[in-house]
Design a protein around this ligand. Structure first.
Ligand SMILES: [Zn+2]
Length: 627
């Protein structure tokens, strides 16, 4: 039954393809119109397109990830078909009689003299058995074309896939030169770098007489062009690190994004659960795609770029930097851990400075930091003052590349969300008319600090993507600037990154202020009672600076997040890990990040860390006390 379904899909695909080819005949040579008319009296002008070799894709160590391979289709030329023994044909080709009839009807509709595909992506066994019988079935031939082949089982979300161009693509000016039936990058890097990978197609114009005999090149070939092969992409992704990360999170939902803060080069891009890039190519692709589409864990969803999660406590770092920039607090500012403002994560020492506050992730401390930042008594009216303060806050937060697309070389990046005061005005404007005159003087916009205080601990309306969180760590690692994160180190024979990736982006926070938050981040990992001890690489002499987050989830168990960079004083990797329903940030996301950094910085993971790997892969992550 399943096999029949598969065949039906193939014929459906052919139906679309043939429909497209048919429509494509209208494309014919408008430029050469006049010459065409002159020549058409005796001969037909045939346009032969030569498809160039598509560029390959390599990882940062020059291992091939994606290459080209020949695949074979069974095609039919209707005029050549004579006295077909349909029953025998269907038996040999493992095709139903209905599918054969449909295929032949569509082929005739397209052209009686040109080949139309009947079965796509024959397996080698099928090819061999079919070729034995082809002499018995005049009019049927096998035809070769190039398809993508994968040397990796990972990175499917970033690589994207290649397929036949769809009608929707053909309508875009960008794809004006494409012919129906041609291959095109449908998603991911294959789509983003399509012009680079594709190269330039060659075109030859031949004169063919009424009997179909080639009469030579049109006008001596003066309109002919040669195909130019596509250029290779050299990715910054470390294929081994990528494979390791996908394995760690295979049974989870979430992401791991790591980049080199010194360049903005992405080192790994894990979206969990993952799938193999092979799934979206070749025979049976339609069925596999539908299976992935129907999977409740949504493996096709590109979480690092598209999922927007509240950042949780990781965001306290941004709030501290912004408050310092606004002059509201300094590194030595202390605030009491006052549980009447907001519940704290746990009981801890008095947060007399920012290092102790970050180490303990003290909620009341950062409530007061944010309050001081957005209510600075710049104007007399408290509501106006908050409005003004929050606008300044929002502008500085956005200067970290948050709340907007970073501009990664991928088409489907999400912008996340950083709220503005106008957003709250709009949200609460309906209530304004209902509040009493007395309250209106204090809170006449319908909202006040109590309404928005959860921003201070990274909850509420704030949403960040995984890429933004990792880039935030790179920005702190660099003490105040970042390079636009990117997948492609260089293209073709070039050795330099593309110019847009060589430019530093400074935040609105003074570069001298970043050093004040880093000791607290180191305490989180290596300090006594730190919340992310499992991310420590101290035994290897490497200091890790990081921050855990536990994101409340109304739908179920809390989400676990951890973001970090290492080595703290000479950063080579910045990382963000998010595990849905992973419970407390320190228990799941932190060890996953620690292992990834160990793997990248040391090239391997020590044996005694295998228990930690098993814990992340198979452990019941939410059994530990949340704090
Ligand atoms: Zn506290």
């Amino acid at each position: 039954m399943q096999y029949l379904e598969g065949r039906r899909y193939v014929v459906m695909a052919i139906f679309m393809l043939v429909g497209l080819l048919f429509a494509g005949r209208l494309f014919y040579l408008q430029v050469l119109d006049d010459s065409y008319k002159a020549a058409a009296d005796r001969n037909t002008l045939q346009r032969k397109v030569q498809i160039p070799f598509r560029g390959l894709i390599y990882d940062r160590r020059d291992s091939v990830l994606v290459q080209n391979t020949p695949v074979y289709d069974l095609v039919v030329v209707p005029r050549e078909v004579k006295s077909l023994d349909s029953a025998k044909f269907c038996r040999v080709m493992q095709l139903s009689i209905e599918d054969l009839r449909l295929g032949l009807r569509l082929a005739k509709k397209y052209s009686r003299v040109k080949p139309s595909p009947l079965l796509l992506n024959l397996s080698t066994t099928e090819l061999a058995s079919i070729q034995d019988y082809l002499d018995d079935f005049p009019g049927f031939h096998t035809q070769m074309r190039m398809a993508r082949a994968y040397k990796t089982e990972n990175l499917a979300h970033a690589l994207g896939y290649v397929g036949s161009i769809t009608p929707a693509f053909l309508e875009k000016p960008k794809y004006a030169k494409y012919q129906p039936g041609e291959n095109v990058g449908i998603s991911g890097l294959e789509a983003y770098y399509e012009p680079t990978l594709m190269g330039q197609r060659g075109v030859q114009y031949r004169l063919v007489n009424v009997r179909g005999i080639d009469k030579g090149p049109f006008r001596g070939g003066e309109f002919d062009t040669l195909a130019v092969a596509g250029q290779d992409l050299h990715l910054s992704i470390d294929a081994e690190l990528q494979a390791y990360g996908e394995e760690l999170l295979a049974g989870r939902r979430g992401y791991i994004v790591a980049l080199d803060p010194r360049t903005g080069e992405l080192l790994c891009f894990v979206s969990a659960p993952h799938f193999q890039p092979q799934a979206l190519t070749g025979k049976g692709m339609g069925n596999r795609y539908m299976d992935l589409q129907n999977n409740p864990n949504r493996p096709l969803f590109d979480r690092p770029l598209q999922a927007k999660y509240p950042p949780g406590s990781v965001f306290k770092l941004v709030n501290e930097l912004v408050a310092m920039q606004l002059g509201a607090v300094g590194p030595g500012t202390g605030f009491p851990c006052n549980w009447s403002l907001v519940k704290c994560t746990h009981r801890h020492e008095y947060p007399s400075n920012v290092t102790i506050a970050i180490k303990n992730s003290c909620n009341p401390y950062f409530y007061q930091v944010m309050h001081a930042a957005v209510q600075r008594h710049q104007v007399a009216n408290a509501s106006e003052d908050l409005h003004l303060g929050l606008a300044q806050w929002s502008k500085l937060v956005k200067s970290f590349g948050l709340g907007d697309k970073l501009g990664v070389d991928m088409g489907h990046e999400n912008s996340g969300l950083i709220p503005t005061p106008e957003r709250y005005d709009k949200k609460y404007s309906k209530q304004v008319g209902q509040v009493s005159a007395k309250r209106r003087s204090r809170s006449y916009r319908g909202w006040n600090f109590k309404t928005i205080y959860s921003l201070s601990i990274g909850q509420g309306e704030i949403e960040l993507t995984g890429l933004q969180t990792a880039n935030l760590m790179a920005t702190i690692a660099n003490r105040g600037f970042y390079y636009t994160p990117h997948f492609v180190r260089h293209v073709g024979k070039a050795t330099q990154p593309l110019p847009e990736y060589r430019q530093r982006h400074y935040t609105g926070v003074d570069t001298t202020l970043f050093k004040y938050i880093i000791p607290g981040m180191c305490e989180v990992v290596d300090g006594r009672g730190g919340t992310a001890r499992l991310a420590s690489l101290r035994q290897f002499g490497i200091a890790v600076a990081g921050k855990t987050g536990t994101v409340q989830n109304s739908q179920g168990d809390d989400h676990s997040t951890f973001a970090a960079f290492a080595p703290a004083n000479d950063p080579k990797i910045a990382i963000a890990v998010f595990i849905e329903n992973g419970g407390f940030g320190g228990s799941a996301a932190a060890p996953a990040a620690g292992l990834m950094m160990e793997k990248y910085l040391r090239g391997k993971v020590v044996n005694y860390h295998h228990r930690m790997e098993d814990w992340i892969k198979y452990g019941n992550l939410t059994i530990h006390a949340k704090h």
